[in-house]
Design a protein around this ligand. Structure first.
Ligand code: ATP
Length: 265
């Protein structure tokens, strides 16, 4: 169990290394001295109370928010130092599924998934369409979902469409922001299995923001807890159960945690 990885910033097993991160909006400091690692091939669950900055962390790692201090290295490259073609090349190596799917409402599912593929030079229209259809089916949507608009889809299908788009460019890292939020338990369980199946099949590394204890049990190799403006602790579920911190203890031993543990045996 640790606050973050080896600290030398060069471990080849880490596909993400965040060191000494500080983010703030005006005088509102969200993270201060935050360290975090994502190891290659793992599913890391990022948990924390509402407003602790899980989504802000995700958005900072993918370069949508500029940190006030600290370093974010993804796949060995300093995100803050890249621009132009180098930045675009790195961005093609990850995919992001935002909370609501963040789909373009005026485009069909297939057209949404084609958006990132349009940046790939040399792809014919037919190849782009075929690739998009493949990703839609990998995300577990039926073939007839391709032609549908986001407004015609259920919440669970929209999430799958968002996942298909995140997978469009065969990423090495996938960021998932609360993938099971708002899904019924059966839909959430299916989504959990989909995430693990895709990680295994595609050797993905997954940064997964969630409140869902069932998802933590079903999917995550390690868990990082955000509290007190930093990653308070990182470890396996078994290690989380031993952490003596009021929020961590309440979260992993509360009634919902007990229910999730009972379900998973
Ligand atoms: N663009 C922004 N401008 C100003 N403040 C922001 C912005 N984005 C987020 N915040 C603030 O940063 C804090 C952390 O937000 P964030 O959405 O990361 O929390 P979270 O841990 O993901 O919460 P939840 O679990 O409720 O989704 C909140 O206080 C939020 O109001």
């Amino acid at each position: 169990m640790s606050g973050a990885g080896n600290g030398d910033g060069k471990d080849p097993e880490n596909v993400i290394e965040v060191r000494g991160l500080r983010t703030q909006f005006g005088s509102n400091v969200i993270h201060d001295g935050l360290d975090l690692d994502l190891r290659r091939g793992e599913i890391l669950g990022v948990v924390g109370g509402s407003g602790t900055g899980k989504s802000v962390l995700l958005r900072t790692i993918v370069g949508l928010i500029r940190p006030a201090a600290g370093k974010v290295r993804v796949l060995g490259q300093d995100v803050g130092q890249l621009s132009g073609a180098a930045r675009e090349a790195l961005e093609r190596r990850w995919g992001v599924m935002f909370q609501d799917g963040a789909l373009f409402s005026s485009l069909t599912v297939q057209e949404n998934v084609e958006v990132p593929l349009r940046a790939v030079p040399g792809l014919s229209d037919a190849q782009r369409e075929a690739l998009a259809q493949l990703k839609v089916s990998m995300a577990g949507l039926p073939w007839n979902a391709n032609a549908k608009y986001p407004s015609d889809l259920s919440g669970g299908m929209r999430k799958r469409a968002g996942l298909a788009r995140a997978l469009a460019l065969d990423p090495e890292i996938v960021f998932l922001d609360e993938p099971t939020a708002g899904l019924d338990p059966i839909g959430a369980d299916a989504f959990d299995r989909l995430i693990v199946g895709l990680r295994d099949a595609l050797n993905l590394s997954v940064f997964l923001v969630t409140h869902d204890l069932d998802t933590l049990h079903a999917c995550c190799d390690r868990i990082a807890v955000l509290a007190e403006k930093r990653v308070l602790v990182t470890g396996t579920m078994a290690e989380m159960l031993k952490v003596d911190h009021p929020w961590v203890h309440e979260y992993f031993h509360g009634p919902r945690a007990r229910a999730a543990m009972t379900e998973k045996g």
